[in-house]
Design a binder for this molecule. Structure first.
Ligand code: HEC
Length: 225
């Protein structure tokens, strides 16, 4: 009797153990299937992003205007108004500057501008100079769009592998594709005065605080140090 009941208990026990094991195994299988599915879609999303933040060119070698730059990472908004430039600044607008998100991630991690980095600079007219907050310079309408692109395999060593594109100094619509600007028109001034690899990081505190800080959680992005 005892043996039988013992066996019964043992059997019951092993049954319930194996049932539990099966459930656990099933759970692990389901979880890992879910994990791999999630990983798959993450990889797909990542691949899609890589493609999205890659400069594209037409058969004439002109850069095709990238899409969606207003959703890139904003780094600064220098302003060179006419009123501070004898009434006639070459670029009297606000310069809203953005870096593509892939290159931002790389900058945070390594403190370097990766091959393929794109900066977008969209110009905005000075609009009102009085508001309820006080006298000042307030954004008017959009007035032009430019790109700086780093690709050492494509561009000259003379410009440290960067090229500059202007899609128009006027209201939208901007040009769909344009050729790179001559070195003297753009790159020369960047070579002469930009602080970090042809980029004017001296005017972008957001880039400076994030440089190479990505390994510390929240550092450089407005979170905890
Ligand atoms: C006389 C100097 C000068 C010339 C010429 C010049 N730039 Fe710049 N550029 C600057 C300065 C200074 C900044 C940073 C602050 C600002 O936006 O004014 C800048 C910033 C930029 C940025 C943002 C990324 C960065 O490198 O800081 C882009 C994009 C850019 N310029 C494109 C162009 C293009 C396109 C041309 C030619 C049509 C051009 N630049 C010509 C001085 C110049």
């Amino acid at each position: 009797m005892r043996n039988v009941s013992m066996r019964g208990i043992t059997m019951k026990h092993s049954k319930s153990v194996s049932a539990r094991t099966m459930t656990a195994l099933g759970g692990i299988l389901l979880a890992s299937a879910g994990f791999y599915l999630a990983l798959g879609s993450m990889n797909e999303a990542h691949a899609a992003d890589n493609e999205m933040y890659k400069a594209k060119f037409n058969t004439a070698g002109e850069m095709i205007r990238p899409a969606g730059w207003r959703e890139w990472v904003f780094v600064g908004s220098p302003l060179t108004p006419n009123s501070l430039n004898g009434g006639a600044a070459p670029f009297p607008e606000f310069h809203s500057v953005y870096i593509d998100p892939e290159s931002w991630a790389h900058w945070k991690k390594t403190g370097k501008f990766r091959e393929g980095t794109m900066f977008a600079k969209e110009l905005t007219l000075v609009g009102e100079t009085k508001a309820t907050s006080g006298n000042g310079f307030f954004n008017g309408d959009l007035q032009g769009f430019e790109i700086a692109h780093k690709d050492s395999s494509r561009y000259s060593k003379e410009t440290d592998g960067w090229a500059y594109y202007s899609f128009g100094h006027h209201a939208e619509p901007y040009a769909d594709s344009v050729a790179a600007m001559p070195t003297a028109a753009c790159a020369a001034c960047h070579t002469a005065a930009a602080a970090d690899d042809m980029v004017f990081t001296q005017y972008y505190p957001i880039l400076r605080v994030a440089k190479g800080a990505g390994h510390k959680k929240g550092a450089g992005v407005g979170g905890k140090k």
